[in-house]
Design a protein around this ligand. Structure first.
Ligand SMILES: Cc1cc2nc3c(=O)[nH]c(=O)nc-3n(C[C@H](O)[C@H](O)[C@H](O)COP(=O)(O)O)c2cc1C
Ligand SMILES: C=C(O[C@@H]1CC(C(=O)O)=C[C@@H](OP(=O)(O)O)[C@H]1O)C(=O)O
Length: 409
């Protein structure tokens, strides 16, 4: 079993993470994790925080000579905002003291965790409130930085086994594509040339992580318009995993189904409100003859599919085709244009106040989703092939690949 935990507040001193259960001998360096941390800052539409943070992870334990040792991997990521930012004044987020003289934030934002979180943990009333700051600080997607770092350890293991994860953005607000027929050919050409790594590298070249230059331009204009109107935007993206062998996950219990676990990987990320595997929602309005992927056998006796409407999962089990998962993100809840709310201090109706915020974070969310999907695949892989050492795991996977007529890593 592999698992990870993160801790840390957005405007506190740092984020920390522990990754546990990785086999010994996986090649990984801090620079590998930093690559994905800097990709998480990609994308037009991010706010002022992007100018402050320069995420570089410190590895405190668990690696030796650029390989895992089987022991817990402890990671540390400083929040530059703690020192450099109004919101992150050390005295505001101090672990000790009484908090006397620190103003509370008492206007909950609709769509953020502020009110529900304050009600849950009692920050809507004395003695610890009203002040939604503790909710803001832990519910914030700042946490996804450490999540990306932790999941990228697993992602490096997948890479060493020839399994790549990539993503691209399909829609931001009103600009985008809904019919997979519009991007399938371009995407599949990239996957054929260099797996899902080629897909994410191509997407990274666009300011909105889209594969189409014209769409990128129109989307940037749309984001600018939304910003000028004091509004925010959500969107849709697609995550693909290539090189996955058949047999990950299972149909025997609800919680072992790979498709259910992939949906959780998406919905576990802040502001993600829908996930679909393969054709997803479209499968609900299409006849079976056009949805199910016919089975054939090639000259080597390996089973093949000409189409992949299933998104690489049948019966909760990977079937050897690329895994395809899409996620939908809601618009950012902090808007320049005020929304109706109620002051927790006075009980009076008040419009929300704006500080600083992203206009859209869909490109960033797509890179976080790569990370969480990578983790889910790695978890299912370790379940199937086990092993305390990377080499044992690799040999067992290669034996399966041989059996299924797949290329070895
Ligand atoms: C990468 C990323 C960046 C985000 N940036 C902001 C932001 O700048 N301002 C904001 O209000 N919400 C932002 N969010 C969304 C909130 O974190 C999210 O809406 C909030 O935690 C409430 O959770 P929920 O939307 O899942 O209900 C961001 C989310 C992600 C994934
Ligand atoms: C810090 C990050 O994203 C933050 C997520 C976030 C939220 O409410 O989720 C709010 C913003 O934080 P701040 O209020 O400090 O500007 C984003 O910048 C990050 O992605 O590393």
């Amino acid at each position: 079993m592999i698992r990870y935990l993160t801790a840390g507040e957005s405007h506190g001193p740092a984020l920390v993470g522990i990754v546990e259960g990785m086999p010994a001998g996986v090649p990984v360096t801090a620079a590998d994790l930093d690559e994905h941390l800097s990709r998480r800052w990609l994308g037009f539409g991010r706010g002022g925080r992007a100018k402050i943070e320069r995420d570089k992870v410190s590895v405190l334990s668990g690696l030796r000579f650029s390989h895992t040792m089987g022991s817990p991997i402890a990671l540390h990521l400083a929040n530059a905002a703690f020192e450099k930012d109004r919101a992150g004044w050390p005295e505001v987020m101090a672990a000790g003291g009484t908090g006397e003289g620190v103003d509370g934030i008492t206007m909950p934002r609709p769509g953020h965790a502020d009110l529900a979180g304050a009600q849950k943990y009692g920050f809507d009333r004395a003695p610890h409130g009203p002040d939604v700051r503790p909710v803001i600080d832990r519910s914030s997607a700042r946490e996804t930085a450490m999540r990306v770092a932790c999941c990228s350890v697993a992602r490096q293991m997948l890479r060493a086994l020839g399994i790549e994860v990539g993503s691209h953005v399909l829609r931001i607000g009103e600009v985008g594509m809904d019919d997979p027929g519009l991007w399938r050919e371009g995407r599949d050409a990239l996957l054929a040339s260099g797996g899902a790594r080629a897909l994410y590298e191509a997407a990274d070249a666009s300011e909105t992580r889209m594969l189409d230059a014209d769409l990128t331009e129109r989307t940037i204009a749309h984001i600018k318009e939304a910003k000028a109107a004091g509004d925010t935007l959500g969107g849709v993206y697609e995550v693909i995993v290539t090189g996955v062998p058949p047999g990950l996950g299972s149909y025997v219990h609800w919680d072992r189904r790979l498709d259910g676990r992939l949906a959780q990987a998406i919905l576990s990320i802040q502001a993600q409100k829908a996930a679909e595997v393969g054709d997803g929602w479209a499968a609900g309005r299409t006849p079976g003859s056009e949805v199910h992927d016919p089975i054939s056998r090639d000259a080597r006796g390996a089973y093949r599919r000409e189409s992949n409407h299933a998104g690489g999962v049948e019966g909760g089990v990977s079937n050897g085709m690329p895994i395809v998962v899409r996620g939908a993100m809601k618009p950012i809840p902090t808007l320049i244009r005020p929304l109706a709310s109620v002051d927790l201090e006075t009980g009076e109706a008040q419009p929300t106040r704006y500080e600083r915020s992203d206009v859209t974070s869909v490109p960033a969310a797509s890179t976080v989703a790569e990370a969480t999907v990578a983790w889910t695949i790695a978890e299912a892989l370790v379940e199937r092939y086990g092993g305390d050492t990377f080499e044992d795991l690799r040999q067992r996977l290669d034996a399966d690949r041989e059996r299924f007529g797949m290329e070895r890593a």
